[in-house]
Design a protein around this ligand. Structure first.
Ligand SMILES: [Zn+2]
Ligand SMILES: [Zn+2]
Length: 304
């Protein structure tokens, strides 16, 4: 499968510039002197707000904050952000329409409306596949489940703006590049590769999103230099039938997927259901792997 790469020139938000960007290439030669041409910048920080497959005390669903302004998925982990941290988010990238990944968008919009309006901030751009955006319009922002924040507080200056994103597209926001990767799930879905434009040599942080076995992803990742990989393992092997039906991974399927990663990689397991972590990590550890595999932890910060 060939990925479509679209030039991603967009009408820029008032404060942010969007354009296309080159991804970190596997085995790319290091360009000497590059660092001297760039103003020193602290490393890109990815804060894990939630990485659980569902909720319980201490378990929050999928959400990552990239530096201060970019959110990837909007699960219940968003609720741990302070109000001023929420108000700094200008872009939300969604993997797919399932509730555990989108339910905080409407609540976040409600929380930050006054602050952003007072500061004259533009609409928060919600980037996702067209099918995902349509699902939000039909099933959440429909005036029944939640008000339509794409028209509030004022249709001319709403707090949310829904922006279609295509597979293979690369966007740049606040110095961070984000590429939409393939995912194989029960609804149209994406994963994301994220890298620091000023430090592409550090490689890309990759999040698979919710996915079953996904050959197109490994084909794309073969050409990318990876910093680390966050990959889901939602079910135990005992529930492999459920994993297959719902297009998620179990430890056995994970092994087949990671065998397609060429270089030894730092791998973080995500989307484990509450109470299942020990069983899933034990099953993963029972088989030798060239990769360094560990559980992702809510609250941890990843420096890329
Ligand atoms: Zn899902
Ligand atoms: Zn999910």
């Amino acid at each position: 499968m060939r990925l479509r790469r679209l030039a991603a020139l967009r009408a820029p938000a008032q404060h942010r510039h969007f354009d296309s960007a080159s991804p970190p290439v596997a085995d790319a030669p290091v360009r000497k002197g590059r660092a001297r041409r760039h103003r020193p910048r602290r490393t890109m920080q990815i804060r894990v707000l939630g990485c659980s497959g569902s909720i319980a005390a201490g378990s929050r669903t999928t959400s990552f904050l990239v530096d201060d302004e970019v959110l990837i998925d909007a699960g219940t982990g968003v609720g741990d952000l302070a109000l001023d941290e929420m108000a700094r988010i200008d872009h939300i990238f969604l993997t797919h329409s399932h509730l555990d990944h989108v339910l905080a968008i409407g609540l976040l919009a409600d929380s930050v409306t006054r602050l952003r309006r007072a500061q004259g901030r533009p609409a928060i751009q919600v980037h996702a596949l067209p099918q995902t955006l349509q699902a939000l319009r039909s099933h959440i922002f429909n005036g029944v489940i939640w008000p339509d924040f794409t028209r509030l507080p004022d249709p001319a200056a709403p707090v949310l703006s829904l922006v279609p994103l295509a597979l293979g597209e690369v966007l740049v926001a606040a110095g961070v590049s984000i590429e939409a990767l393939p995912a194989a799930h029960t609804v149209p879905a994406l994963g994301y590769a994220v890298w620091d434009r000023a430090r592409a040599d550090a490689g890309a942080w990759v999040f698979t999103g919710d996915t079953g076995p996904n050959p197109a992803l490994w084909q794309r990742l073969a050409a990318l230099k990876l910093h680390s990989l966050v990959i889901e393992t939602a079910f135990r092997d005992e529930e492999h039938v459920l994993a297959d039906i719902s297009q998620h991974l179990c430890p056995t399927r994970l092994r087949g997927e990671l065998a397609q990663l060429r270089e030894p990689t730092d791998v973080y397991i995500t989307h484990v259901k509450p109470g299942e972590l020990d069983a899933i990590m034990s099953a993963i550890a029972a088989h030798a792997s060239p990769h360094r595999v560990r559980a992702l932890v809510a609250g941890q910060s990843m420096s890329v």
